[in-house]
Design a protein around this ligand. Structure first.
Ligand SMILES: C[S@@+](CC[C@H](N)C(=O)[O-])C[C@H]1O[C@@H](n2cnc3c(N)ncnc32)[C@H](O)[C@@H]1O
Length: 344
């Protein structure tokens, strides 16, 4: 097992493909070695929740503190069938993703959630890729999801090792951090990896749509010097579609419970009913309890997303659509390895 103790600012990657130990030990390794946690995260989230409640808008970092609620939603009751749609795109267009993965060998996943789509993408790539080392990073505010992802990666690495490419290796490091708090230097982990080849930044399942400040969330790819960006987003192609989507949220009992969770934890009034609205200005679905916004989910016009990414120096490679979902691949267009605003 090639790993060393985890220090606050100097994480160790876990070489998953080389691990041969028993399951009990494996879970200990998953817990201890491959997830680096922000020691202040719990306190930060607590303080931020109080501030957000006072300001009347609860942000997505707070919604997943009861991780099983989201697990139930993604598995059986997500209005958008997000995972199904994105997996279909991935399976039908595997070559496009493979091309990127062969060239850029560091994948940084932003917000893995249950990890179904992320792992689907990695299976697709790993089944086809020539023997290679993949360096996988995942950032998520919820540690449970990172553990789940690490577990899924272990299964994938076994498959790689025994069935396909004995020479392939998976390395993994999870970051239990807020996106904005991960530093570029924390991703520069292992001397073998170098940092010249650039990264792929991947945010599937409309992760970016939960941020009202789009510039801020999309700038994370610049800050971390990402060369290729792969975004899974929800679409709203016409007003009628928004009306239909709106009902899927409003009438979904499990989604209503999910949306209220952080509000109630913050001491919100349980008697206040949830009101769902369509925000035509930002093309989003919002939920409120009284004056407090509980939930925000932007639906995309792909031309607008293209324009927003272009402002940040990324050009369109390809957009793939299935039903109300799209996966969009962008490439840094200014050929610069060190974009403006790089956070080292
Ligand atoms: C929509 S879910 C993930 C969807 C997943 N990628 C998929 O395709 O099924 C959003 C994820 O982002 C994480 N998250 C939300 N806001 C975050 C933030 N500010 N920093 C870090 N993680 C965040 C949540 O914990 C959750 O796992």
């Amino acid at each position: 097992m090639a790993s060393t103790a985890v220090a606050a600012d100097k994480p160790s990657m876990v070489k998953l493909a080389k691990y041969d130990g028993p399951v009990r030990k494996m879970s200990k390794i998953l817990r201890d070695k491959c997830i680096m946690a922000d020691p202040l995260l719990g306190k930060k989230l607590h303080e931020r929740l109080a501030a957000q409640k006072a300001a009347g808008k609860i942000e997505s970092e707070q919604w997943y503190q009861n991780p099983l609620k989201w697990l139930a939603l993604t598995g059986i009751a997500n209005p958008y069938k997000t995972v199904f749609n994105e997996l279909r795109i991935i399976y039908e267009n595997g070559e496009a993703f493979l091309e990127q993965f062969v060239k850029y060998k560091r994948q940084v996943f932003f917000g893995v959630g249950t990890g179904d789509t992320e792992i689907g993408l990695l299976y697709e790539v790993c089944d086809k890729i020539p023997p290679a080392t993949l360096n996988i990073y995942a950032i998520d505010v919820q540690k449970f999801y990172l553990k789940l992802f690490a577990q899924q990666l272990l299964i994938l690495s076994e498959r790689l090792r025994h069935k396909h490419h004995a020479k392939s290796e998976l390395w993994f490091q999870g970051y239990n951090y807020l996106f904005e708090d991960v530093k570029r230097r924390q991703l520069r982990l292992h001397p073998d990896f170098g940092c010249q080849m650039g990264d792929i930044g991947i945010a599937l399942g409309n992760v970016i749509g939960n941020f009202e400040n789009q510039h801020e969330i999309l700038s994370q790819f610049n800050r971390l010097n990402t060369q290729i960006v792969i975004l899974g987003v929800h679409l709203a192609r016409e007003p009628r579609e928004m009306d239909y989507v709106f009902k899927l949220y409003r009438d979904n009992v499990i989604f209503n419970e999910f949306a209220r969770d952080a509000y109630l934890r913050a001491g919100g009034d349980p008697k206040r009913k949830t009101e769902w609205v369509i925000d035509k200005k930002t093309n989003a679905i919002r939920a409120f309890a009284g004056d407090t916004e509980l939930f925000y989910s932007k639906k995309y016009d792909l031309d607008d997303l293209d324009a927003a990414m272009s402002e940040l120096g990324f050009g369109k490679v390809e957009f793939y659509i299935h039903e109300q979902s799209a996966i969009c691949i962008f490439k840094r267009s200014d050929h610069s390895l060190v974009p403006r605003g790089l956070d080292v």
